[in-house]
Design a protein around this ligand. Structure first.
Ligand SMILES: Nc1ncnc2c1ncn2[C@@H]1O[C@H](COP(=O)(O)OP(=O)(O)OP(=O)(O)O)[C@@H](O)[C@H]1O
Ligand SMILES: [Mg+2]
Length: 330
């Protein structure tokens, strides 16, 4: 039995040697943090729940995210950087950092434990989230982006698995958290001026939720996070985006472009979507360029108006007690 948290050869698909062949998870310490169990695996990272004593709160359970110190991309450094910066601003939708460090061959961050990600809810039998719940979650996502952007960063990988709700035992089932800043980028220079956009940028992010600029290998700005938010919102409400299953990124980009106009727009904003408001959302995003400062208040107003037009209550959220998604075993 190997009791070290050795992720030195970590790459997609490899196992951390915390788990033996019978899948038994052994207790292991990362300094003062006792690893409990693995929660998730990202492309280059592993996320565990762990126990320990916080310097700043009464909580005992946390999340430890780690990455091999030899990993070529070193995404955890950017994540730590962003989380530390944003936590100084008392932001509303971000995990507090408890500890950051290096242990043997891994880099790690300990942060507060949050609940399920939106992709888990999407995996319910209907694959849908009720409209007003989705719109209200959308408002929280935009609040988190406003805070992140005001801190000088763009996320660049907004997608359901990077958006979680808080934990029941912390009374945070109605609070959304934005996670995963491994490919975030600073768009402000040291003088707080917008950095000059690069002429050619490699594709980063996730094809399904990528903005058109991202497909066109353009420098991404604040508007691109908002465009991805729209795709996440529509997927939550309709259960599926029209470009799901298309063979390649170019085909997806064409479908996204076509979805802006009739007749394809009716396949995009279908089902229970508040068409008028989401089209307005899309037009506002499309009116911006890399340098534009988004008018966040307008996005809140658009979503609030859509919520008011729908007879369903906004709360409880689907996964809260009395909500519409009985399968969420929280
Ligand atoms: N603080 C946390 N508390 C609870 N669960 C978490 C926490 N951080 C991450 N997770 C879980 O782990 C999953 C992956 O986390 P994260 O997105 O940060 O990793 P990643 O390496 O960036 O993954 P990917 O490359 O897929 O984006 C999340 O979808 C979430 O379910
Ligand atoms: Mg992620």
């Amino acid at each position: 039995m190997d009791k070290t948290l050795d992720v030195s050869n970590l790459s997609s698909g490899t196992q951390v040697s915390l788990i033996d062949s019978s899948q038994h998870i052994y207790e292991i310490q990362v300094y003062k943090w006792t690893i409990d169990k693995r929660i998730a695996q990202g492309d280059f990272s592993y996320i565990y729940s762990c126990n320990g004593t916080s310097n700043v709160s009464n909580h005992k359970q946390f999340a430890l995210k780690c990455e091999s110190a030899q990993s070529p991309l070193q995404m955890l450094k950017m994540e730590a950087y962003v989380l530390q910066k944003i936590s100084k601003r008392n932001s509303r939708h971000f995990c507090d950092v408890e500890d950051i460090g290096k242990f043997q061959t891994i880099h790690y961050i300990v942060m507060n434990l949050v609940g399920r990600a939106l992709d888990y809810i999407k995996a319910s039998p209907t694959g849908l989230i009720s409209v007003n719940c989705a719109l209200s979650v959308g408002i929280q996502i935009i609040e988190s982006l406003e805070d992140l952007h005001n801190c000088g960063y763009i996320h660049r990988d907004l997608k359901p698995s990077n958006i979680c709700f808080g934990r029941k035992d912390r009374g945070e089932l109605g609070k959304m958290y934005l996670l995963s800043f491994g490919i975030s980028r600073r768009f402000l220079d040291p003088k707080n001026q917008i950095r000059k956009p690069r002429e050619h940028v490699e594709f980063r992010g996730t094809v399904r939720y990528a903005s058109l600029n991202c497909h066109q290998l353009q420098e991404l700005g604040r508007k691109d996070d908002l465009e991805s938010t729209l795709y996440v919102l529509v997927e939550m409400i309709t259960g599926q985006l029209p470009w799901k299953g298309l063979p390649d990124s170019a085909a997806v980009a064409r479908a996204k472009q076509m979805s802006r106009q009739p007749p394809a727009i009716s396949q995009f904003l279908r089902g229970a979507c508040p068409i008028e408001e989401l089209r307005e959302f899309m037009c506002l995003v499309d009116s911006y360029n890399y340098f534009s400062t988004p008018d966040y208040a307008s996005f809140f107003n658009i979503l609030r108006r859509a919520i008011r037009r729908n007879p369903q209550p906004e709360h409880p959220y689907d996964w809260e007690q009395g909500g519409a998604n009985p399968l969420c075993d929280l």
